[in-house]
Design a protein around this ligand. Sequence first.
Ligand code: CP
Length: 308
Amino acid sequence: YYHVLGAKQFEKSELERLFDAALEMEKVVAKGGDRRHEGRIMTTLFFEASTRTRLSFESAMHRLGGGVIGTENAAQFSSAIKGETLEDTIRIVSGYSDIIVMRHTDIGAAKRAAKVASIPVINAGDGAGEHPTQALLDAYTIRKEFGKIDGLQIAMVGDLAYGRTVHSLSYILANYQDVMVHYISPDNVRIPDNVKKYMDEKGIRYAETNDLDSVAGSIDVLYQTRIQKERFPSVEEYEKASGQYIVDAELMSRMSKHAIVLHPLPRAGEIAEEVDEDPRAAYFRQAVNGLYIRMALIDKCIVESKAN
Ligand code: CP
């Protein structure tokens, strides 16, 4: 089966094919969708809250003619609350549907699911681990906005320890030439060593700092993130990290005219609403791109799994 478990699984040629497919999906949506996956069913198993990922996946399956099943909140309303293991849940759901999209609290949960699934599994976020489909839509957005990814300077800002999207986005960017990544964070939520090790292995330039002002004028992409309050071991640690980087009109005035601001969303005050009207604020365009990328991923998972 073709699963989407982590961002390292994507090589450049596959990324480019996926982005082309997502562009085709934009045309499919403009036509009102098609019926290519009529009769197929996608299960959404979300053990953590979600607006964008879950609803864009569900919309994507509907746009392709398929159906969707899922409990409202898998942690509370699936039989996990009665003690059923993740593995048994996946075995059962494999018999009811054709593809599983899963978000879970535990790092590695999607890989565990894929080991016992008899249908494709897509990782929609595994704790503080990865969020590969978000990174794919982030990279797709950068490519659409700039016409390229090679050669760009990208600043990832905020909670780089618990923010799973920056881990996956780093792995995706590692496929591109002459990219420079600036990791900008409070000291207690720095980018993890395993991500830096991967970037080193791939020969990708990066720098770490806690000074956003020093790079604001020279970057192409400012990728802001939320401080992941729910993942901190204590309130004190969260408070050390929170409120340090706010993207506001004053910061925007010091950024390049061609730069863009991205954010996986939801935001919790780290981008002021006054920024929303700035054409460089690309985060709502970014969220829409999630629909096209997820249509392309669902299609790929189903088509490539059939071929096996
Ligand atoms: N970006 C993202 O994963 O958003 P949700 O948590 O709303 O799905």
